[in-house]
Structures are given as C-alpha cells and as structure tokens.
Design a protein around this ligand. Structure first.
Ligand SMILES: Cc1cc2nc3c(=O)[nH]c(=O)nc-3n(C[C@H](O)[C@H](O)[C@H](O)COP(=O)(O)OP(=O)(O)OC[C@H]3O[C@@H](n4cnc5c(N)ncnc54)[C@H](O)[C@@H]3O)c2cc1C
Ligand code: SF4
Length: 549
C-alpha cells in the first residue's frame, strides 16, 4: 500500500494525553515561557471523558504547579475528614487502628475529588495560558526523524473500514512534530509501550506490575452520606485468591465512589475480577450503605503497581514518558495523581531549559534525574517493598513487614533492600488444571449488575465500521491455546465483557471481540497469558464518556 501523505504542524512540545501529567506539563511550559508552542492531544471526546481515578488527591503536585489553585476555583471541594480501614470477613469486619500506620498513610490534608473534573479545570487553566488542546484526537503512530529519534506523532486518522482499507470518508490525520514529544498516556500507553520496547527502556529494571480498578458512582440516601469519609477494606471476598481491596469515598452531593482493585498477578485463571467487585457490594457494611441508592456511573482502568523498581528509563531521543506511562503510583497509598503532576512539571522544566539552550530531539536526562532523585523518587522509594511482600507472602505478612519497612524507610533505612517483583502479570497466570473454578453469585440487579448493564453506565461508544482496536498477533491463540490451557481467561478479566468464546453445535468455538464495549482499561494487553492482544487506539472521540470519575 502506498504511504499515506499527511500535512505536518510544527510545535515546540507535543503532548499526548490530557491527564494530570500531560496537562501539568503544558501548564508549566507556558508558565516558563508564554511564547513556547504547546499542543495537547487527547483521545477522549472531551478532556476528562477517559479519566478514571479513585480519587483521594494529595494536593502537593497542584501546590507546586498552581499554588493559588483555591483562588482559581480548582474543584477540590471535599477535604478528607475521616479515614477508616477495615479487614473484612464474609459477614463481619475488624477495624484496623490508624496509629500503627506510618504517617505517609494518613489522608489528613487530602481531598476527595473527581479527577475527570480536576482535568477539565486544568485544561481551562492551560488554555488561558495559550496551550492548544485537541480532544477527540487519538495519537496512533510515532513519527521518527532520520536518526531514529522521535519527532512527532500521527493524530486524527478517521474513516478506516473494518478490513483496514480507507473508506469513503477517510481522513489521514496530521503529523504533529515537536522539538520534544511527551507521552502522558497513563497506564499501559499504546505509544509508550512501543517506545519502551523500541529503545529497550525496561532493561535493568523490574517488570511493571498492574491492578485492575473498577469503580461505580452511587447516589445514596442523604441520611447515610458522610461527606469527606474515606474507607478502605482488604480481605473478603478476595481472600487468598488475589491481592487487592476496596475504596469507598463520600464526595459531595450525596454521591459515593465505590471501587475495587484486583492485583493482576493472580494465578488462578478462573478468577473473575468484575464478579469479585460485584460480590463485595453484598457485604453487610457496603450493602447497608448502598441500599435505597442508585448506581449512576461505571468504569474501569488498570493501575500501575510496580513502583520505584519498575520505572523504566523514561527518556529516549526526542521523547519523554510522563506519569503512569512510567508508573508512578504509590501502591499502599493508592495515589499517583500527585506524582503524575510533579512529573509533568519536571518534564516541562527540562524541555524548557533544553529548548532555551537551542537543543531539540535529544534525551531529556535532567527530567529523569529529577524523577528518580526528587520528590517522586522519595515518595516511591519509601514504599517500594510493600507490593513485592504482598505478592510473595500474601496479605497479613505484607501488612506487618510492609508496615515495618515503610516505618524504617521513613526514618531513612530499610532492612530489606529493594525487593524484586519477578514475573510479569501475564506470566503469573497458571494453567487451569492447577486450579478449581470459582462459583460467583448471580448479580441481583439492585446492588450488583451484570457487565453489559454496567457498561451502559460508562457511556462508551465506538464507531462499528472501523477495524477492531484489540489486535490479535495470532488469531488462533485464544481458542487453540488460551481456552484449553487457561480456560479462556479473557472472558473473565475484561471488565466490559468484550471477549466471548461462542460455541455452536457442530461448529468450531469462535473467539468474538465486541470491541464497541471497550472502556480502554488496558487489562487485556497486560494480562493475556500468551501476550497475544495488543490494544491500539480506535478513532478519536470513541471510548467511554465518563462524567465525574
Ligand atoms: C481505580 C483507580 C483508583 C485510583 N485512585 C487514586 C487515588 O485515589 N488517588 C490518586 O492520586 N491516584 C489514584 N489512582 C492513580 C491515578 O489515577 C493515576 O496515577 C493517574 O491517573 C496518572 O495520571 P496520567 O496523567 O499519567 O494518566 P491518565 O490519568 O490515565 O491520563 C492519560 C490520558 O491520556 C489519554 N491518552 C492515552 N493514550 C492516548 C493516545 N494514544 N492518544 C491520545 N490520548 C491518549 C487518555 O485518554 C487519558 O485522558 C487510581 C487509579 C485507578 C485506576
Ligand atoms: S477489551 Fe481490554 S482494554 Fe477494553 S475493556 Fe476489555 S480488558 Fe479493558
């Protein structure tokens, strides 16, 4: 096929992704130099449409970026007033006191926010400074210079037919070139994954680890609503089957965020993360809270969990990876937004200095130095052993050892050095023959819902005539390998019910990809045991339309 010809536009810095990392970078660049040309490209139909976070926000990133955020009307309206932590059994709960926890676990001074709304507000701040922001623009390809460095991206290609041919309304999109390209795509970014592989950026670092986070927004009985209350749970229903736990945050307007995270290094391929979440809501503590309320939104997104030892090299010629494209979540705190913002600020400062010195297209090593040795590195280093302890020894030992290690790290030392994660999450999956199927109760339609009903509350939508954006390296693997060996885990790990094994009498089993339902969580790209699924961008504007996630 002839090479597609595209128009090109030149910028100083091209930023992929309008999350907290990308928007912070854009804002900081313009604060440093009003004349610098900055563009932000976002695949969601609007800024915030694809943002899903808990979220309890540590405002330290925003304080550093926009110290007068309060006067400027940032939507941080609900300070955390109460912090609860419970160990759940099937019917009961034990409250874990706050006093043995290291101070870094305390949510005092933090805010319950919608990160979607925080990003919408940040986009307004960026536009006031003169940043160009284009939502509905999926960045689908990298553009290389003649020395093999990255000089830009392709964005806004529309109108391909299902077989990949150009349809009647085909638009080739544009090339956006920059002296530097920032990839702030969030966890498991599709272009970031390509860059990490191409420049071997993971060499010498531990594999990245992930969890799948699912979240519902509920409107509850005002009599039960306690604005500012934060509750975390561990234990039931996951037990020893997987690491993870829940979060329940009371925000404003009688709304509550109810969420559940399952670590993706689980071994038993019969585990069904979505059904664990649904079952969790039937615990008496949660059921009492939600009874009489209604679920108004649903979504899911992977969360990076590898932390300090899993951060790959984050710069290559012409390109820098920001925020969760690197993986900057502090796992025991379940917080990454502050580090995403700080990384955006650091990348902007490095690029600004480089451009001012007449440089372009080289490695922004000053950015990487700042991330590893500055506030982000210090934040992540203190908690680096919690996740590997959990993976190796399970919940209780990890609470004791991890808690002890966080305390000693707060005092400046560790008895355990830096623990390794070992396997990738895909490799952690064991063969079905070693495990028993897990029986899950049927959703009752009031507290718990089947996936398709819930997906309707993510307001996701994909133009059906385009090629599926879930690409199989080998189309025979799902039925010939993953089904007999791993009992077809794609039918369970996807929180949107995209994958189905369809059996019809007298015919071969078919693997069906209902890509229209995809909520862009990236779990399939991470957890497929054969690493046979690649998530690529669908047309811009497609995907979930989250309200205040
Ligand atoms: C369930 C869950 C709960 C969490 N709870 C908390 C919490 O309470 N507090 C906290 O601080 N952190 C929390 N986190 C972590 C936090 O959400 C992340 O650390 C943060 O979102 C990272 O920000 P980012 O800017 O790197 O990426 P993101 O917020 O993911 O933003 C990336 C943006 O880039 C866009 N994009 C991606 N690829 C492309 C492309 N190729 N072209 C165009 N656009 C693209 C996406 O649509 C998205 O808008 C949670 C995460 C999850 C999943
Ligand atoms: S298809 Fe993949 S990315 Fe889409 S919702 Fe399912 S697991 Fe997530």
């Amino acid at each position: 096929m002839a090479e597609t010809e595209r128009e090109a536009m030149e910028y100083d810095v091209v930023i992929v992704g309008a999350g907290p990392a990308g928007l912070s970078a854009a804002i900081r660049l313009k604060q440093l130099d009003a004349d610098i040309n900055v563009v932000v490209l976002e695949k969601g139909s609007e800024v915030g449409a694809h943002i899903l976070s808990g979220a309890v926000l540590d405002p330290c990133g925003l304080d550093a970026l926009i110290p007068d955020w309060k006067e400027k009307g940032a939507p941080l309206n609900v300070p955390v007033r109460e912090d609860n932590f419970y160990m759940l059994g099937e019917a009961g709960k034990i409250r874990v006191p706050n006093w043995p926890m290291p101070p870094l676990m305390n949510n005092h001074g933090n805010y319950i926010v919608s990160m979607g709304n925080v990003c919408r507000w940040m986009a307004e701040q960026a536009e006031e400074l003169g940043v160009e922001i284009f939502p509905g623009m999926a960045c689908s390809e990298l553009v290389f210079d003649d020395k093999g460095g990255i000089k830009g991206v392709v964005a806004g290609e529309f109108g391909k037919e299902a077989d990949g041919r150009h349809g009647a309304n085909y638009e080739p999109g544009m090339e956006l070139h920059g002296k530097y390209v920032f990839l702030s795509e969030g966890v498991r970014g599709s272009l970031s994954k390509e860059v990490i592989a191409r420049y071997d950026l993971s060499q010498g670092h531990e594999p990245q680890k992930f969890g799948i986070g699912m979240k519902e927004i509920w409107e509850i009985d005002p009599a039960k609503h306690r604005e500012g209350t934060v509750t975390h749970t561990m234990g039931w229903p996951l037990g020893g089957n997987a690491g993870g736990g829940s979060f329940i945050y009371h925000l404003e307007n009688n709304q509550v965020y109810v969420g559940f995270v399952v670590h993706l290094n689980y071994k038993n391929p019969y585990l069904f993360p979505y059904m664990e979440f649904q079952r969790f809501k039937h615990h008496p503590m949660v059921a009492d809270l939600l009874k009489g309320g209604k679920r108004v939104a649903y979504g899911a997104r992977a969360i990076s969990e590898g932390g300090y030892q899993s951060m790959p090299k984050m710069v290559a010629p012409g390109v820098a990876l920001l925020g969760c494209s690197v993986g900057m979540v502090n796992v025991p705190r379940i917080k990454g937004n502050h580090n995403a913002m700080l990384s955006g600020k650091a990348a902007a400062e490095a690029a600004h200095a480089a451009i001012a010195a007449g440089r372009a297209g080289d490695e922004l090593s000053a950015y990487e130095d700042e991330v590893r040795t500055g506030a982000i590195g210090r934040d992540l280093k203190k908690v680096r052993n919690v996740k590997p302890f959990w993976s190796k020894w399970g919940l209780m030992p990890s609470l004791v050892l991890g808690g002890f290690d966080m305390w000693t790290n707060t005092l400046g030392f560790s008895l355990f050095g830096t623990q390794k994660h070992g396997k990738t999450d895909a490799d952690a999956t064991e063969e079905a023959s070693k495990h028993q199927p897990i029986e899950y109760p049927k959703p009752d339609g009031t507290l718990s819902f089947d996936r398709l009903t819930n997906v309707a509350f993510s307001f996701t939508n994909h133009e059906e005539s385009q090629p599926a954006h879930l690409q199989l390296k080998d189309p025979s693997v799902p039925v010939q390998v993953n089904l007999p060996k791993y009992a077809g885990p794609a039918a369970r790990y996807c929180p949107a019910g995209v994958y189905e094994f369809v059996e019809e009498a007298g015919k071969d089993t078919k693997f069906v990809i209902n890509f229209q339902n995809c909520v862009h969580c990236k779990t399939c790209d991470i957890k497929d045991p054969s690493q046979n699924i690649t998530w690529v961008t669908p047309q811009g504007g497609d995907g979930p339309n989250y309200p205040n996630m």
